[in-house]
Design a protein around this ligand. Structure first.
Ligand code: ARG
Ligand code: ZN
Length: 849
């Protein structure tokens, strides 16, 4: 089962496949260790392709027999697939292969999770099921017959014959193999239906293991909201008689948009008030929407090759963010997305793993399901929409769906509809797709006789992918305020295209205070020689909710940086400003809760290294602790009122209003715990009837070094619920002090419930350690060593999840020489592991470069 030496694949080498497929017929005879897959595929020459040898991908398959037009053949078989001579015109390919789903621990292809058969084929898992041109530009109509002793047998499309032991599914929509799916098992359905705008009734089913029926209602309602929203906002209707979702416990990612049969990590779909937090509910709602939206942006219109991954992912993330902003709070969603971008995408784009939104080469495509492709990819679409305006965006999307339905296309095709609708030349804009790195945007201002000028300079640090970055098109939303905080210029989008460019505003009575990059109008790092007085002013007065939050965040970053590097005291302008915001009842509680959140420690580390400082994780941790203490002291008088006003007494609902109140309550409780030694938190823990409060209170207790009893009780209460026990693992590590984080993690890896082959549990444990910034970066290197030990152990079992977690080392060059040496040694140790997977080899090589 070993990968061969990794090969680099280039975008510029794209060639169409030599044949088209008229139909695919698959028969599965399911058996734990010896599943038989019989394929019957009708090939016909592709008139648009150059002459080539007939080659089908195939991995870890045992070929039983193969026939062309009924004649037995003996193909040439390699690790990657097979080839053989074929007739000149059309022909029928038939093959029978045997696979072993039970020993498939990589969770790619057909595998077994808790006795249930399921598949994950994106990106290149179908080749582990049968021999096939496993590439997204080969689209075909599939009929799938399943034989197996299971009550539920599912595949894509519409059911034709369905019963225990036998089922036939037919998917009328041509699709690439990565969207193939099959599920078989002892499952129960939570069912509902949806009437499309054109009056087609769609059966909806959420399939789960018996016992999980009580965790389906929210996911189902989210699905119906998403279906309705896509009709109303994008005019997209669902196109089959049935839509199935299946929850699976062992899954490498969040979820997968297989046509008509979405497969979800159970953590991304199962929810109940008792077992899930508000954050879980919101994430589930957005993932359900995301996978559903793929039906048009991904499935009906798909990617020509995997370099175009952002074509479907960037657009679908953008669409799911619009959905969440629409049905919840737009500013809160925008702020949360920017926090996420800065936590995951900025570090990626600033280090050795930096790559363009559309990469031009890769070894293992699974390593490119990144924050850059997904989240920066969505930001790029947001910029495009801002530049062309809402109505041109809507027209371009209409044209997109009309022009490309049923095709596998490229980013050039995507941009062409915008060029056609707006007659804009998007050549320069396209650099957002081809250039890596986060642009730094600096700004200078001058004022005289009523005229105010902002001069921007953009600079993108060169990296290995983009050694000589060129100026990009940057939409900069700007508003101007006067000294009273009144808006003297409403938000305008400035379109910056030059390396340095000035914009002048005339007729101003006095020197204005600028509010720059409102709504985070571009994914850049704004470097402004501003001072904390101006930030405090914007925190108090900015009329743009994003920039008002950003002013508070910038003040917090500044004061934390000064505290960590110079031992300064907390800035009173921050403390005073935060108090005013917190007391402002006109502001949404969810927004106030975000205001109370401090920058993450890794965000501070990036901020410092951007200023030429070497971040000291222990000093950053201490600064955060003392600022939290100072905030608690500052708010001593206000906390009781806030707690009282935001306790939710109604029946639990995971909606925006209630969850906003609970978020503010939780943030206030954390501060209160620093003043009362956790006594209120302990009381709330004892009374909690929902997981948001229960876990929140436990977190407060652990943060003030209390809660040992509660931690034990929590385990006893929830030991039979895998998703809740994941939280129990993660929280202890997240809340551990830096000196204990490694020891706590190590002890948990010895816990009988540490089922390390389950990706969720592995992430809840080792992933949580990498999220504990100061703990992971313990000066003795013990965090690095523990992570490396487990990466080496997991790699032969599940290379994809292992490779993904190697990213914890991507920021290593920003730390001091001693830490760099310690990390370097672990990278070398991983690299030297015999039979290391291609996935991890690529990651370690890039990180070390
Ligand atoms: N397309 C899925 C999504 O909705 C992600 C699947 C990625 N799978 C993988 N093995 N890389 O975003
Ligand atoms: Zn997606």
């Amino acid at each position: 089962m070993k990968d061969s030496t990794p090969q680099t694949i280039f975008l510029s080498d794209y060639t169409p496949f030599g044949w088209l497929i008229d139909s695919v017929h698959l028969t599965f005879d399911l058996a734990a260790h010896a599943t038989r897959v019989i394929s019957r595929i009708a090939f016909r020459p592709n008139p648009d392709a150059p002459a080539q040898q007939f080659f089908l991908h195939g991995k870890d398959l045992t070929l039983i027999n193969a026939r062309i037009d009924g004649q037995d053949i003996q193909p040439d078989i390699s690790d990657e697939g097979l080839s053989c001579p074929v007739p000149e015109g059309s022909f029928i390919w038939e093959a029978e292969v045997e696979i072993d789903p039970t020993n498939n621990t990589a969770l790619e292809g057909l595998y077994v999770s808790n006795g249930m058969y399921c598949t994950q084929c994106e990106a290149e898992g179908f080749r582990k099921i049968t021999y096939y041109p496993d590439r997204p530009d080969v689209m075909a109509v599939f009929t799938v017959e399943i034989k197996g002793p299971h009550p539920v047998l599912l595949s894509n499309g519409n059911p034709q014959t369905v019963g225990t032991g036998h089922a036939i599914w037919h998917d009328p929509w041509p699709k690439p193999s990565y969207l193939f799916a099959l599920v078989a098992g002892d499952l129960v359905a939570h069912s509902d239906w949806f009437m499309t705008a054109s009056g087609n009734k769609v059966d909806l089913n959420l399939w789960v293991r018996p016992g999980d029926e009580g965790k389906c209602a929210f996911g189902m309602s989210a699905l119906k909201r998403a279906m309705q929203w896509d009709e109303q906002v994008y005019g997209r209707e669902y196109d089959l008689d049935v839509f199935n979702i299946v929850a699976v416990d062992d899954f490498n990612m969040g979820a997968m948009e297989n046509k008509g049969l979405n497969i979800f990590n159970s953590s991304a779909v199962l929810a109940s008030p008792e077992t899930s937090t508000d954050a879980n509910f919101e994430r589930i709602e957005s993932i359900i929407a995301h996978e559903y939206f793929h039906n048009w942006t991904g499935n009906r219109i798909t990617c020509r090759d995997w370099f175009q991954l952002c074509l479907k992912e960037g657009l679908t993330v953008f669409r799911d963010a619009q959905f969440t902003a629409d049905i919840r709070s737009a500013p809160v969603k925008r702020i949360s997305d920017v926090i996420d971008l800065r936590t995951r995408q900025f570090p990626e784009d600033d280090g050795p793993l930096s790559h363009p939104v559309r990469p031009e080469s890769f070894q293992e495509i699974n390593n490119f399901y990144t924050a850059t492709v997904y989240e920066k990819g969505a930001e790029v679409i947001g910029m495009l929409k801002r530049l062309v305006g809402d109505s041109a965006y809507a027209e371009a999307l209409e044209l997109y769906f009309a022009r490309y339905d049923g095709q596998a296309i490229t980013i050039e095709d995507w941009l062409a509809v915008f060029e056609d609708i707006t007659e804009r030349d998007l050549t320069q804009f396209k650099r957002w797709y081809s250039q890596a790195g986060t642009p730094r945007l600096s700004v200078k201002e001058t004022y005289g006789s009523g005229s105010y000028t902002l001069t921007f300079t953009q600079h993108t640090p060169p990296g290995s992918y983009s050694p000589d970055p060129q100026p990009q098109v940057i939409p900069i939303d700007v508003g101007l305020l006067n000294a009273n905080g009144d808006e003297v210029l409403e938000t305008q989008t400035l379109e910056m295209t030059e390396a340095t460019q000035s914009f002048t505003f005339e007729g101003l009575a006095s020197r204005p205070i600028p509010s720059i990059l409102r709504d985070f109008s571009a994914p850049v790092i704004l470097e402004r020689d501003s001072n904390n007085d101006e930030r405090a002013f914007l925190l108090a007065h900015d009329t743009d909710p994003f920039n008002r939050w950003e002013a508070g965040r910038a003040l917090a970053r500044e004061t934390l940086c000064a505290m960590a590097t110079k031992g300064s005291a907390p800035d009173t302008r921050y403390l005073d400003g935060i108090r005013s915001v917190l007391r402002d009842k006109a502001l949404d509680p969810a927004y106030r809760a975000l205001m109370l959140e401090l920058p993450t420690q890794s965000e501070l580390a990036l901020f410092m290294s951007d200023r030429g400082l070497t971040p000291d994780p222990a000093a950053i941790y201490d600064a955060v602790q003392s600022l939290k203490q100072a905030m608690a002291e500052q708010l001593r008088e206000n906390l009781p009122t806030i707690l009282d006003a935001n306790i939710v007494r109604q029946e639990y609902k995971p909606d925006a209003v209630q969850s906003g109140k609970r978020a503010l309550y939780g943030a206030a409780l954390a501060l209160m715990s620093r003043l009362d030694d956790g006594s209120l938190a302990a009381m709330q823990y004892a009374q909690a009837d929902n997981m948001t409060l229960q876990l929140g209170a436990l977190s407060c207790l652990l943060e003030v070094d209390k809660g040992a009893l509660e931690l034990g009780a929590f385990y006893d209460q929830w030991q039979d619920d895998r998703l809740v026990i994941d939280k129990w693992f993660a929280l202890q590590i997240t809340r551990a002090t830096p000196d204990r984080a490694v020891a706590v993690t190590r002890a948990l890896t010895k816990h009988p419930d540490f089922n390390w082959k389950n990706p969720n549990r592995f992430r809840a444990t080792l992933g949580a350690l990498t999220g504990n910034h100061a703990g992971f970066h313990a000066a003795d290197g013990s965090g690095y060593e523990l992570l490396a030990d487990w990466l080496i152990r997991l790699d032969p079992v599940n290379p994809q999840t292992t490779a993904r977690m190697c990213t914890a080392f991507q920021t290593w060059r920003r730390y001091d020489a001693s830490r760099q040496a310690l990390i370097g040694a672990q990278l070398d140790r991983i690299a030297a592991t015999p039979d290391l997977s291609g996935d991890v080899t690529e990651m370690i090589t890039r990180i070390k470069a």
